[in-house]
Design a protein around this ligand. Structure first.
Ligand code: ADP
Ligand code: ADP
Length: 236
């Protein structure tokens, strides 16, 4: 039962006379509740793939289906619905994930407000989410008063507030030290395992492969099957 089906996905960027083929026939299937790491050299197409899965960009050709949504044919006026209903997104730069003048609780309240979550229950629900991701003690702090790791945990709480089936993370630990990175990956892994959330993480960090179900390597805009690594056996 696949949450994500990508078949022969092509994304061409046009720069005046120059064509950049960011994705050149990419295939990827991700099962519901699976956690995968997407790795590959700079320029391989990882960010492009994530943008498409996030509903922020569209493929030039090919099939992209996520949770029953046909993203290759998604009309512009349905993008917001897709993003709010299906996707939680955590970006590398902590400053892109949180609103700097809102404290942690209020940052988590933002997506709850957009989803018509009952007004009077929002703050309690936000506090509960912060607790769950290990940053309950940061509730009243502004992003600038938290460490990078704490900010990313709050960002995960924001992303998961409306319980999306898909969590996308673009190098969420790119600005963090190794120990903190492993803790964040462990949090993502637990979210996937306990809540059945499908998690796709783009990372440069090869040491996290033991913490994910599967590592998918992308090269020149394609998944390179020879380096596909199934790491289930490393889990226990
Ligand atoms: P990665 O995330 O693996 O580093 P990207 O998906 O960012 O790779 O980029 C893949 C290729 O597509 C690169 O050659 C990049 O320069 C190009 N590219 C990505 N986004 C754009 C864009 N918005 N406009 C033009 N070219 C782009
Ligand atoms: P990453 O570090 O995740 O690979 P990049 O620094 O490659 O990200 O890209 C950052 C942003 O710039 C992305 O939104 C990407 O789509 C866009 N981008 C990347 N390459 C190009 C390019 N050649 N022209 C225009 N935009 C680009």
């Amino acid at each position: 039962d696949h949450l994500i089906v990508c078949e022969s996905v092509v994304r061409i960027f046009q720069h005046g006379p120059i064509e950049v083929q960011a994705l050149q026939g990419l295939d990827l299937h991700v099962t519901k509740g699976e956690m995968i790491a997407v790795v590959g050299p700079s320029g391989a197409g990882k960010s492009t793939l994530l943008s498409i899965l996030a509903g922020a960009d569209s493929p030039t050709a090919g099939t992209v289906r996520v949770a029953g949504w046909d993203l290759a044919k998604l009309p512009a006026n349905q993008r917001v619905g897709y993003r709010r209903g299906v996707v939680g997104l955590v970006q590398q730069q902590t400053s892109r994930n949180l609103i700097p003048y809102l404290n942690a609780v209020d940052n988590v309240v933002v997506p709850l407000s957009l989803s018509s979550y009952p007004r009077r229950k929002r703050a309690a629900r936000a506090a509960e989410l912060l607790d769950r991701f290990g940053v309950g003690y940061c509730a009243r702090r502004l992003p600038g008063e938290m460490s990078g790791g704490e900010q990313q945990r709050v960002a995960i709480a924001v992303a998961m507030a409306n319980e999306p089936p898909l969590l996308l993370a673009d190098e969420p630990t790119g600005e963090l030290d190794t120990t903190t990175s492993h803790e964040i990956f462990e949090t993502l892994r637990a979210t996937s395992a306990e809540d059945g959330v499908t998690v796709v993480v783009v990372t440069h960090d090869p040491t996290v492969s033991g913490q994910v179900g599967r590592t998918v390597a992308i090269r020149d805009g394609r998944t390179s099957s020879e380096v596909l690594r199934h790491t289930e056996e490393l889990e226990d």
